[in-house]
Every structure is written in structure tokens, then in C-alpha cells.
Design a protein around this ligand. Structure first.
Ligand code: NAD
Ligand code: UGA
Length: 441
């Protein structure tokens, strides 16, 4: 099948590469010419394990192409995915500017029968909105091919995106049209094996399922961060509590890690967008508001802990390990490290930062403030002369605690760990003041 995908970001590229790998002929369309050129020349604009190789292999086989020309991308396509960003608007709602622009392009340029599958995370009613925009564009044309819209939310995680896409636990398809459902079944045929993964439902339920899933996961995390705060105040250990409650199969282990607060391009904006939907429909998003409030406090906690342990941050040197919002990605959107580094710069501290892959994206996100940060070539280098070390991301290379190596580089003996990487008693034995999350100092 010929498939067009609008948006060559984390979701569009993974979807494109995996569907091409499954034998479809895919064209990825993006308005960013630099991005398209890079992809055409064998590069990959994002760091996602296995993605660059998969893109190269499928491009070489002629199954995967890239263009900034929407008409070319849509030629002979049977399905067009929308996988463009839906960032947070100032009022918390999802900004649908990019989705609307794609809908207009599709309505203007499509020549044949087309099914639009909306993969961007969008509020209930967006499939109908896209259909209206398409129909309006078609009404100004002589050739009016049949174009319909379905919802197909995406559940992949960055850092494990290919695995999640290829071996997803479910494929949600929202449509009330049997022909469109069958077309989507054909799209997913290469991935829908071993057992039935497709969950077909009505459009509003599919759209809301995506927000409900992210909001539930964010709720688990904020809940554990609140328990961590209570554990700190009472002398309990959140890691023991995590195992203690995760072993109850009704609760389960995943997404119970207290930490530096959730970041990324999705949980923060999706919790806000769902709360906005609730408010505008007369519902009170009490849990969602609390989930967000706990997260804001948690993201500020690393700086608060540092300021307590290093009384004069002005002129002090702080090493920051981990800039990405989670390991195995270069994505720094809403990363806890951004809040921490901005606060450290405001407090007059010298920051020496290191991340295995996210230093360039972090530099770009910080903008002019990046001049105030020294980016180092390795994790040990970041420690040179540091009064304290702050850990924001649980990359594997940070997991081994070696007090001698740390002490030989650092001036001070403070570690603020937002990811609970080390055994507190071992760190204390090594002569460090160790402040982690939800555990005794
Ligand atoms: P992204 O910012 O990485 O990529 C979006 C891409 O769309 C950019 O390359 C941009 O240039 C392009 N674009 C913008 N307007 C366009 C247009 N009119 N035509 C063609 N291309 C256009 O975004 P992302 O992280 O891939 O997220 C996309 C959507 O998927 C969002 O709604 C997000 O909430 C959702 N989602 C993301 C993830 C994730 O892990 N990142 C997972 C599931 C769902
Ligand atoms: C999340 C969801 O897990 C995906 O299912 C969803 O498709 C995606 O959002 C999306 O809609 O974009 P992602 O943001 O890539 O995926 O990464 P996660 O692994 O969920 O981590 C999100 C944040 O939560 C990270 O900052 C991570 O450190 C934090 N987290 C995660 C915790 O603090 N504790 C945990 O136990 C798990």
C-alpha cells in the first residue's frame, strides 16, 4: 500500500520506517526542508535507538522516501497519517495549528480516494474538525475525491519507540466506517500477528483513550512523587514502598518510580489539554490539576535540595549529569534538567553539564543562557572542581558509584540524585552527602 505521513518527527519517522519495514511504500512529508535534506542524505534528525539504520535500509530498498512537497507525497497514497506536533497553547489546550494546516493541504492536493489517519494526540472532536477543513477545501475544487478521517493514536515511548511500535500491546482505531476500519487493518497487517491487537472503537473514544492513557501514567508518577515527599518527612524509603505496592498485581511495577518529575513533549501538555477539555465541557479536572501541581513542585525539588546542601550557590560549581528528559533519547522538551540549570544560572552558579547524546538539543533549548554552561566531553570531566553533582537522567553510564573517581575530581562532597541511582549507605560510606528522592539522607 502507498502511505503518506505528514510530520517527520519522533512519531512520523518511527511510523514511516516501521511501516516501510513491513513492506509498504511510504513517503514522509515535512515542511522543514533542512530535515528532509538530512533524511534524504542518510542522516536522522533525532536520536532514537535503531531508527537511523532502519531508515537507511528502507530508503535503500526504495520503500521509504522523503519530501517537502505535499502533492508529491500524496500521489497515489491510499492512507495519509497526520503526525505533526500538537503543542500546548497558553490556555492549556492543544494547539491544532499544524494539524489544521495538514488538513488544508490534503483537501487542496489529494487526487484519489484517501483515508486520513490522525496519529497526533488531539482532543475529542478533532477528526470531525479535520473532515470539515478537508470538505471545505474540496468544495472549491472540480475533482472531489472521497476523503475520510479516522483516529489512530500512538502509544510509543521515546528511547524504545521502534520496539513499542512494532510490538505494541494494542492498536487503537477510531472509526464508524467498516471500509476505513478494514483499510487500517491492512495498514497494520505486518504488525498485527501472534494475537489480535486491533481495538476498533468510535472516534471520540479513540481520541480520549490516548489522553486517558497518558494521564493515568502521569498520575502514577505524581502519586509516587507525593509518596516520596511523605517518605522524606517520615523517614521511610520510597524504593521499598515501590516494591511493596508494585508486587500487588492490581497496581503493578511500571511507572512507579519517584524522581525529578515527569518531562517530555507529552505528559505535561497532555495532562493540561485533558484538564482544559474537562473545564470547557463543564467537568472539574481535580485529579489532573493535582497531578500537574505535584509535578511542578517535583521538578523544582532538585534545585531546592541543592540550595539547602550548598548554602552559597553563587560562584559555586555544579556538575549536571543527564540533560535528556529520559535515557536513550536526545529529546529535552520539558526536561527537569532545564528547570534545574535555569535556576542554577539565576543563582549565579557555574554549571558543567554532560549528557551522552542530548547536549546539542539542550544547548538549543537553553538559547542564549547556554553561554553560561560548560558542556563537557565526558561525565568525569563535568566533575572537575565541582562543589556538587546533580543527576537528572538515569543513563546507564551514571549507574556505577565510584567514590574515589568522584572525589579525585570534585571539590565538594554533595550528590543530589533525582533518579535514586545509588545505595544511600554506600554513598555515605564513600564520604558523600547524598540527597536522593523519598529516602533518608
Ligand atoms: P515532533 O515535533 O518531533 O515532529 C513534528 C514534525 O512535524 C516536525 O518535523 C515538523 O516540521 C513537522 N510539521 C509541522 N507542520 C507540518 C506540516 N504542515 N506538514 C508536514 N510536516 C509538518 O513531534 P512528535 O514528538 O513526533 O509528536 C507528534 C504528535 O504525536 C504529537 O501530537 C504528540 O503528542 C504525539 N505523540 C508523540 C509521541 C512521542 O513520543 N514523541 C508519542 C505518542 C504521540
Ligand atoms: C509517554 C508514554 O509512556 C507513551 O506511552 C506515550 O505514547 C508518549 O508519552 C506520548 O504520548 O508522547 P515518553 O514521554 O516518551 O512516553 O516517555 P516515558 O517513558 O513515559 O517517560 C515520561 C517521563 O516520565 C520521563 O521524564 C520519565 O523520567 C518520567 N517517569 C517515567 C518517571 O518519573 N517515573 C516513572 O516511573 C516513569
Amino acid at each position: 500500500m502507498r502511505i503518506a505521513i505528514f510530520g517527520s518527527g519522533y512519531v512520523g519517522l518511527v511510523t514511516g520506517a516501521c511501516l516501510a519495514d513491513g513492506g509498504h511504500h511510504v513517503t514522509c512529508i515535512d515542511v522543514d526542508r533542512t530535515r528532509v535534506d538530512m533524511l534524504r542524505s542518510g542522516g536522522c534528525p533525532i536520536w532514537e535507538p535503531g531508527l537511523e539504520d532502519m531508515i537507511r535500509a528502507n530508503t535503500a530498498q526504495g520503500r521509504l522516501n522523503f519530501t517537502d512537497d505535499a502533492a508529491e507525497g500524496l500521489r497515489d497514497a491510499r492512507v495519509a497519517f497526520i503526525a505533526v506536533g500538537t503543542p500546548q497553547s497558553p490556555d492549556g489546550s492543544a494547539d491544532l495549528t499544524y494539524v489544521d494546516a495538514v488538513a488544508r493541504d490534503i483537501g487542496r492536493l489529494t487526487e484519489n480516494r484517501l483515508l486520513i489517519a490522525n496519529k497526533s494526540t488531539v482532543p475529542v472532536g478533532t477528526a470531525a474538525r479535520v473532515q470539515d477543513i478537508v470538505d471545505d477545501a474540496l468544495s472549491h475544487r472540480e475533482n472531489r475525491p472521497t476523503i475520510t478521517v479516522c483516529s489512530n493514536p500512538e502509544f510509543l515511548k521515546e528511547g524504545a519507540a521502534i520496539q513499542d511500535f512494532k510490538h505494541s500491546e494494542r492498536i487503537v482505531i477510531g472509526t464508524s466506517c467498516p471500509e476505513d476500519e478494514q483499510t487500517m487493518r491492512d495498514v497494520y497487517k505486518p504488525l498485527n500477528w501472534q494475537h489480535e491487537k486491533i481495538l476498533a472503537m468510535d472516534v471520540p473514544s479513540a481520541e480520549l483513550t490516548k489522553y486517558a492513557a497518558n494521564a493515568m501514567l502521569a498520575t502514577k508518577i505524581s502519586f509516587m512523587n507525593e509518596i516520596a515527599t511523605i517518605a522524606e518527612a517520615t523517614g521511610a524509603d520510597v524504593e521499598k514502598i515501590r516494591v511493596g505496592i508494585g508486587s500487588d498485581s492490581r497496581i503493578g511495577y511500571p511507572f512507579l518510580y519517584a524522581g525529578a518529575g515527569y518531562g517530555g513533549s507529552c505528559f505535561p501538555k497532555d495532562v493540561a489539554a485533558l484538564a482544559h477539555t474537562a473545564r470547557t465541557t463543564g467537568c472539574q479536572p481535580r485529579i489532573l490539576d493535582a497531578v500537574d501541581a505535584v509535578n511542578v513542585t517535583q521538578k523544582a525539588s532538585l534545585f531546592r535540595k541543592l540550595a539547602r546542601a550548598v548554602p552559597s550557590l553563587e560562584g559555586a560549581t555544579v556538575a549536571v549529569w543527564g540533560l535528556a528528559f529520559k535515557p536513550k533519547t536526545d529529546d529535552v522538551r520539558e526536561a527537569p534538567s532545564l528547570d534545574l540549570v535555569r535556576s542554577l544560572i539565576e543563582a549565579g552558579a557555574n554549571v558543567r553539564a554532560y549528557d551522552p547524546v542530548a547536549m546539542e538539543t539542550f544547548r538549543a533549548a537553553l538559547g542564549r543562557q547556554a553561554d553560561r554552561v560548560v558542556f563537557t566531553g565526558g561525565n568525569l570531566d563535568a566533575l572537575t572542581g565541582a562543589d556538587a553533582l546533580a543527576i537528572c537522567t538515569e543513563w546507564e553510564e551514571f549507574r556505577m558509584f565510584d567514590p574515589d573517581r568522584l572525589a579525585s575530581r570534585m571539590r565538594g562532597r554533595v550528590i543530589v540524585d533525582g533518579r535514586n541511582l545509588y545505595d544511600p549507605s554506600r554513598v555515605a560510606e564513600g564520604g558523600f552527602h547524598y540527597i536522593s528522592v523519598g529516602r533518608r539522607e
